[in-house]
Design a protein around this ligand. Structure first.
Ligand code: SF4
Ligand code: SF4
Length: 103
């Protein structure tokens, strides 16, 4: 596994869901990791394992393109070592990495 895998999204950022390469309907990065940044619907940030309140019905980011979207969400890009083969694999890996890097 590459050391460049975004282990802690507080440092590495979240995926841009509409960016090419992000699997439609995945949203693993918006569920498994924690985010400390305040968001309009999550003023205290997002706990690990909790779906972001800004995911819409299609599991896309409703804050995409808006200034309220956390910087960490804008910065992360899909990468094979994180996205793996399917959503379940990505969720499992991101959950494992979150737990491994929890304070
Ligand atoms: S794991 Fe990959 S495909 Fe899934 S939401 Fe994150 S960046 Fe997108
Ligand atoms: S703000 Fe958007 S990109 Fe960030 S975790 Fe929430 S749904 Fe995902």
């Amino acid at each position: 596994m590459s050391a460049a895998v975004p282990v802690n999204i507080e440092l590495q950022g979240l995926p841009a869901l509409a960016v090419s390469g992000c699997r439609d309907g995945c949203a693993a990065c918006c569920i498994a990791p924690s985010i400390s940044t305040a968001m309009p619907k999550m003023p205290h940030g997002k706990p690990a394992g909790v779906p972001c309140a800004h995911l819409d019905q299609q599991l896309r980011c409703e804050l995409f393109g808006l200034p309220q979207r956390p910087a960490v969400c804008r910065q992360l890009r899909p990468q094979p070592s994180m996205c793996l083969g399917n959503r379940d694999e990505a969720l499992a890996e991101l959950s494992r990495l979150e737990a491994a890097t929890a304070p």
